[in-house]
Design a protein around this ligand. Structure first.
Ligand code: LLP
Length: 416
């Protein structure tokens, strides 16, 4: 089912026409569909069928409290990478007992807080981190639940900035060294070994890298068992891609079925950390055209959203579909570069798009639910956009548009 759909040539989110949202909440804004997000989470959950599993939504993809709330109500787990994300999950009502903590640079205070609230597992990325965690857990009189994140040296065949499972990436422990680090870990008095973790990259559009990583992880699990180290779960990270343009990623059903098949007959829980695949297509960025401008070789549509609102096109040269909110078949379509007001040549949302538009029109950038708002900034002193959650025929403001004053609230001039 399409949660963002045209009805009489006007784009709707669930049961609300987008022009209504524009006039009520102003521009630009992110709009999410509750039903779309729930549908995707359930697709993963149901696809694992009876195999014991845990879906730990990767908070970095979209950390709005309303998104976390919706997922917490479904019983989701959460993958966090900072104490900031931890506090968000708790504030939204998430269960600390379903939180996994990933990331290469966990600070002492972050470990302390995570231990205090009783998270499910630390995905430890180095021996130095393991030793620090052991020490801190000891001081608190606790044992820290741990998986080691191993780097299986698998090519995820994705954009180099978001590939994480190759030997020369900063993430995880090289798989050849993992046995030795596990052997060390079991001697530490304040560490409880629960599992093996890996995450090889993001926006993967085929199953083979996942399966190659899983095979290597399972070989490690077998080697560990020979040494008397039994793990209860494997965490395969996130990474399942979505459709932005013409990709054909596996569905959550195909993905889960392939993993289940490899795990058949083993007494191992499967944990995963999907982010993009849960929220990516459940959100759009709504923006208004301020001006049309003709340069000798090009037409520009200058809109009121920019790279500070949606960084992916500028940072990764990512292609995201741009469509008009109101379709007018009588107009002529031309090629436009859709650009923002920020003072950078790299400030574009899309290039060479066929559009039949006029100044004042509304446009939507699709598939903006993941790594959209969370990567936004205040560059050029631009207040960040409002976020709206559509739920059937209702639209809730789930993050106010920032005010200009709030941008320099914590700053001061020098004493006079
Ligand atoms: N687990 C770990 C340890 C991760 O590092 C990530 C993403 C995920 C899970 C979730 O991956 P997903 O299912 O969303 O692919 N900003 C980039 C994506 C960076 C992903 C970083 N790690 C983008 O906009 O494409």
């Amino acid at each position: 089912m399409e949660y963002f759909h045209y009805c009489n040539n006007v784009l709707w989110a669930e049961e609300i026409p987008l022009p209504e949202i524009a006039s009520r909440f102003g521009m630009p804004c992110y709009i999410y569909s509750r039903a779309a997000i729930e549908h995707q989470w359930r697709a993963f959950d149901q696809a694992f069928e009876e195999h014991p599993h845990q879906i730990c939504y990767a908070v970095k993809a979209n950390s709005n409290l309303a998104v976390l709330d919706i997922l917490a109500r479904l019983g989701s787990g959460f993958d966090i990478v900072s104490v900031g994300e931890l506090e968000r999950v708790l504030a939204a009502g998430g269960d600390p007992g379903r939180i996994v903590f990933s990331g290469v640079g966990k600070r002492t205070d972050e470990m302390e807080r995570a231990l205090a609230v009783g998270i499910a597992c630390f995905n430890v990325e180095s021996e130095a981190e393991l030793l620090r965690l052991n020490e801190i857990a000891g001081k608190l009189g606790q044992r820290a639940p741990v998986s080691l994140r191993v780097n299986p040296d698998v090519d995820a065949r994705t954009h180099p900035y978001i590939a994480t499972g190759l030997r020369d990436n900063k993430f995880g422990i090289e798989i050849d060294q993992a046995l030795a680090v596990y052997a060390r870990a079991v001697t530490l008095p304040h560490i409880d070994i629960l599992g093996v973790d890996c995450h090889i990259g993001s926006q993967l559009t085929s199953l083979s890298p996942f399966l190659a990583a899983l095979e290597r992880v399972l070989a490690l699990v077998d080697q560990l068992a020979k040494r008397g180290i039994e793990v209860r779960h494997i965490d395969l990270g996130g990474g399942l891609g979505i459709i932005y343009r013409d990709e054909a990623p596996p569905s959550p059903q195909q993905y889960a079925a392939a993993l289940r098949e490899k795990l058949a007959g083993r007494d191992l829980e499967i944990w995963i950390e999907p982010g993009r695949a849960i929220v990516g297509n459940g959100g759009v960025l709504l923006t208004r055209i301020e001006y049309l401008k003709q340069a000798p070789q090009k037409n520009f549509a200058i809109v009121d959203a920019a790279m500070n609102d949606l960084l992916r096109p500028a940072l990764y040269d990512a292609w995201q579909e741009i469509i008009p909110v109101t379709v007018d078949a009588t107009r002529e379509a031309l090629l436009f570069d859709v650009v923002g007001p920020v003072c950078e040549t790299g400030d574009f949302l899309g290039k060479q798009r066929q559009l039949a538009i006029e100044a004042g029109d509304l446009l939507v950038v699709r598939a903006a639910g993941a790594y959209g708002f969370t990567m936004s900034s205040n560059y050029n002193s631009r207040p960040r956009a409002a976020e709206i959650m559509v739920d059937g025929a209702e639209a809730h403001l789930v993050r106010e548009r920032e005010t200009v004053e709030s941008l320099y609230e914590g700053e001061s001039t020098l004493p006079r």
